[in-house]
Design a protein around this ligand. Structure first.
Ligand SMILES: Nc1ncnc2c1ncn2[C@@H]1O[C@H](COP(=O)(O)OP(=O)(O)OP(=O)(O)O)[C@@H](O)[C@H]1O
Ligand SMILES: [Mg+2]
Length: 261
């Protein structure tokens, strides 16, 4: 087997001094789509923010396309004599460097600039592509994927619906020309109808073979979009399920919390 595109090696992290996830090992191959499912507050976002260079990995390594995406060395623990966080040895590298490598993290809760118009946001998004080529084609693709954004191009973000904002967030991620696209709960707060629409759009993104990590609390949404599903439980990967044997929502609840739920 060829080397994985992304490899997390025994990665641990959190918000010092609170440990959130521990010894997470995970590989994502070229063209692969991986789902991450787990209860609220168990550390999925914290793990992905660490991969994106927004938080320090405490231990372990992040390897992407043969390069290490974290600094070497050990993280110095926080002590009462050393409370200035800037004095710590940081194990993260700059988030810009992670973006430059092509790892694009579309944050949970679609953080966008509310006073900018859709068009303005989509115009600046390709700046994150950092020399990767193909922005013009991607613009066309984004246009085909989300025709509604074209209709709403002169609207300020703050007037968009939750679903439309989510479309803008994903479009921004795509315009960065990802080598790996990470979608953190793209269906959060969406109606079942919008969720279906978004699933279709993500399905079409998947057809382009861009590697994906998708976090979602909705198994029906993930079914058909991922090759593998990882169950995240209290900061660790508890189980891996193949797309061929995707459980129903009830089955997964029983798996994670025991029968009776
Ligand atoms: N900025 C922060 N500072 C301190 N603790 C935080 C911070 N953000 C999150 N936490 C805590 O870290 C833990 C993991 O949160 P995280 O957001 O990673 O979970 P999650 O699995 O993504 O949950 P959800 O499904 O609700 O998005 C929680 O206990 C949360 O309260
Ligand atoms: Mg989260």
């Amino acid at each position: 087997m060829s080397a994985p595109l992304l490899e997390l090696r025994e990665l641990s992290g959190g918000y010092p001094p609170v440990s959130v996830f521990r010894n997470v090992s995970l590989c994502v191959a070229e063209e692969e789509s991986v789902g991450l499912f787990g209860p609220n507050g168990h550390g999925k976002t914290t793990l992905l923010k660490t991969v994106a260079g927004l938080l320090d990995p405490w231990e372990g390594d992040i390897l992407f396309a043969g390069n290490r995406l974290n600094a070497e060395g050990r993280m110095r623990p926080r002590t009462s004599r050393n409370f200035n966080y800037d004095l710590f040895h940081k194990r993260r590298i700059k988030a810009e460097t992670v973006v430059e490598a092509g790892v694009i993290y579309v944050m949970q809760g679609n953080l966008l600039f509310p006073e900018m118009t859709v068009e303005e946001v989509l115009d600046v998004a390709p700046l994150a592509a950092r020399g990767r080529t193909g922005v013009a084609e991607m613009r066309k693709q984004v246009h085909d994927l989300f025709p509604r954004l074209q209709e709403r191009r002169t609207s300020k973000i703050r007037y968009l619906s939750g679903g439309e904002r989510q479309m803008v967030s994903i479009a921004v991620g795509l315009l960065a020309l990802p080598r790996l696209l990470i979608l953190d709960e793209p269906t959060l707060g969406l109606s079942p109808k919008l969720r279906m629409e978004l699933a279709q759009a993500v399905g079409r993104i998947r057809e382009t073979r861009v590697p994906l990590i998708i976090v979602d609390q909705n198994i029906e949404f993930l079914t058909g979009l991922v090759d593998r599903l990882l169950l995240f439980d209290h900061g660790s990967i508890a189980r891996e399920i193949d797309a061929g044997s995707m459980p129903s929502h009830a089955e997964i609840m029983a798996m994670m919390f025991g029968a009776g739920h």
